[in-house]
Write a protein that binds this ligand. Structure first.
Ligand code: SF4
Ligand code: SF4
Length: 356
């Protein structure tokens, strides 16, 4: 496992140009340079030189990050910002009491068994998504923890794919690992990575995902081909007819690489009007642990998002990440007659489906 020293060169690549300030959702709210990558690199450089200690205060600023990756995508020096923060976090937290407690809660014994228990309890409420052996398309479905907790998603997906010639393969995947990266639990991340790579050792055409965050995390450790639900629907030319006219807007999750599927997919939906919201790719402000540790800032980011959602006058705000749905709810909380946050899967399941 790498340590902070291994990133010395990478940290020194930061030219302090400050361009990351223009895209960082936390900086935009706080105006605090320690919230954005530039400021964090100044502190971490101090740690590497021995001028500063990697202590509680520095950890507080490392936690002041949504791990949205917006600065990484924008940085002219091409610095992999999140990798550095995760490593610094691990180095600090692994020897603290709170770190030991977090690592225990996230262990296979506690977290892993909790998800497995839910999988077991909810099994009778889940429809078989697709088990027909097909020559056409074999998809290995990565369900993700949220969908493992919520059986309805399987039923929505089963309804969407029922008339297609697709084989869905389900394997006993662990969590993608994103929550562990966020809390600096690199040991548990390595464990789930190893397990999931074993599950990938089978014959399939694509890994199917309906969570942008799971997909982006899995891509960190496999070169396998991925297809998101939106891309699959477009590939299969599935058409949807909604029972009455509705308006929908879309929130682009920070971890969603490509949303090219969206507009053609919605054009294939009869009775649906798509209204693009202002700054549709702005962060929802949630990011799991971030919302717990930085409640005020998280709520402010979500509220900013919610203002743009409400302006559209849509009936639904649709997205492709279960975590973002929580962020959208957080922002829209207390608003009367606001658009309803839904996943793409849930949104489409309310429509009748015609084969294309
Ligand atoms: S954009 Fe990149 S190089 Fe510029 S200050 Fe931010 S981290 Fe440093
Ligand atoms: S990952 Fe996102 S929140 Fe964190 S420093 Fe970069 S832009 Fe800001």
């Amino acid at each position: 496992m790498k340590n902070l020293q291994d990133f010395k060169e990478e940290i020194n690549k930061c030219s302090k140009c400050g361009l990351c300030q223009a895209v960082c959702p936390v900086y935009k709210i706080t105006g605090n340079d320690c919230a954005v990558s530039r400021g964090k690199f100044v502190m971490l450089d101090g740690v590497l030189k021995g001028d500063l200690k990697l202590n509680k205060n520095i950890n507080k600023y490392i936690d002041l990050c949504l791990k949205c990756g917006k600065c990484t995508n924008f940085c002219p020096s091409g610095i992999d910002v999140c990798k550095i923060f995760e490593t610094a976090k691990y180095q600090y937290i692994k020897n603290t009491l709170s770190g030991k407690i977090t690592f225990f809660i996230q262990s296979k014994f506690i977290f892993g068994n909790f998800i497995n228990l839910f999988k077991h309890i909810t099994k009778p409420f889940r429809k078989n998504i697709k088990s027909k052996t097909s020559q056409k398309l074999k998809l290995l479905y990565f369900k993700g923890c949220v969908n493992n907790l919520c059986p309805r998603n399987d039923n929505y997906l089963a309804a969407i794919l029922k008339n297609t010639d697709i084989e869905i393969i389900e394997k006993d995947f662990d969590c993608c690992g994103l929550p562990f990266l966020s809390s600096g639990n690199l040991e548990r991340f390595e464990e789930v990575k190893k397990h999931n790579l074993k599950m990938l050792d089978c014959d399939f055409d694509y890994i199917l995902t309906d969570c942008a965050s799971c997909e982006s995390t899995l891509k960190q450790y496999t070169d396998a081909k991925f297809i998101s639900l939106g891309e699959l629907i477009l590939k299969e030319n599935l058409k949807f007819k909604f029972p009455k006219p509705i308006k929908v807007t879309f929130h682009k999750p920070c971890h969603l690489e490509n949303d090219d599927f969206l507009e053609p997919l919605l054009k294939n939906c009869e009775n649906v009007e798509y209204i693009k919201m202002e700054n549709y790719d702005d962060c929802c402000g949630f990011a799991g642990e971030f919302a717990l540790k930085n409640q005020k800032i998280s709520r402010k980011i979500s509220k900013k998002k919610a203002d743009n959602i409400i302006k559209t006058g849509a009936d639904y705000v649709m997205t492709t990440c279960p975590g973002c749905i929580l962020g959208l709810h957080q922002g829209l909380l207390g608003q009367k007659k606001s658009p309803k946050p839904v996943s793409l899967t849930k949104f489409l399941s309310v429509a009748g489906i015609e084969q294309g």
